[in-house]
Design a binder for this molecule. Structure first.
Ligand code: KIV
Ligand code: NA
Length: 277
């Protein structure tokens, strides 16, 4: 099947068809997402937290994003793949932002980029779009700004903050952004922004009125074995499954029970003769 484009995603919103998006960070995860007919795969900078063991997304580098984006592209040739520009790679000279963005596009062959922030990043968004790069915006809880936000907290809770978020969304749409991710905002704010924009909104903790939803791969599969955010629904408990399998394997190795005959190669006597000369 053909990959989605910015146009087909917009058409989905117009037709009221929900957009299903999930993160992936390697070829296997990407193939699994594609086999499940996901509309969009995001190579999120959440890779830093769920794959690389960082506390936040702040240490993630452009090279790390490209490394994972290339793997995802190889695993999902027929699905739209978006990539996060990581911390501080689109905040200086807009020409420098363009250089960073072009590296991801040209080295990983992906379909677009996601940038966190509102009107303050408009000069960077504009230069990318002028160069032909589809840009997805990301508003509300923007994890790269966690130090300024004072933690992972719900955003846009009062009227002023909600208005600011809506104005940001409108400005990004006017600049040519093709989609906007809304993270951790009240249901009403997700609904308001979705209604006021032509481009689709993708919610993560932003309510059911958004044009689509995104979840982090490891969150939706229950791979952590610890508490996650309120907005996370775990559709599996893979942490327990993987733990039991690893323990069972270790036990069988210690007992000499693995490998049993079933997992062992037999050799013919004449081959044995050859082997020993
Ligand atoms: O990095 C990420 O996984 C994201 C999604 C949660 C939207 O930005
Ligand atoms: Na991200």
């Amino acid at each position: 099947s053909a990959r989605h484009t910015t146009r087909t995603l917009r058409a989905m919103k117009q037709k009221g068809e929900k957009i299903a998006m999930v993160t992936a960070y390697d070829a296997n995860q990407a193939r699994m997402a594609e086999d499940a007919l996901m509309d969009v795969i995001l190579v999120g900078d959440s890779v830093g937290m769920v794959m690389l063991g960082y506390e936040t997304t702040i240490p993630v580098t452009l090279d790390e994003m490209i490394h994972h984006a290339k793997a995802v592209r190889r695993g999902a040739q027929n699905t739209m793949v978006l990539v996060d520009l990581p911390f501080a790679t689109y905040h200086g000279d807009p020409q420098e932002s363009l250089k960073n963005a072009m590296r991801v596009m040209q080295e990983a062959h992906v379909d677009g980029l996601k940038l966190e922030g509102g009107r303050e990043i408009l000069p960077h968004v504009e230069v990318l779009i002028r160069a032909g790069i589809p840009v997805c915006a990301h508003l509300g809880l923007t994890p790269q700004a966690v130090l300024n936000l004072g933690g992972y907290r719900v955003q846009g809770r009062d009227k002023k903050a909600a208005q600011r978020l809506l104005d940001d969304a409108r400005a990004l749409e006017a600049a040519g952004a093709f989609m906007v991710v809304l993270e951790c905002v009240p249901n009403d704010v997700g609904a308001l922004v979705t209604e006021q924009l032509v481009i689709p909104t993708i919610g993560i903790g932003a309510g059911a009125a958004c044009s689509g939803q995104v979840l982090v791969y490891h969150d939706l599969l229950g791979m952590h074995g610890q508490d996650t955010a309120k907005f996370v629904k775990s559709y599996a408990a893979l942490h327990e499954v993987v733990h039991s399998a690893l323990v069972a394997y270790r036990d069988e190795v210690k007992l000499g029970a693995f490998p049993s005959a079933q997992y062992t190669y037999e050799i013919h006597v004449d081959e044995l003769d050859q082997l020993y000369g």
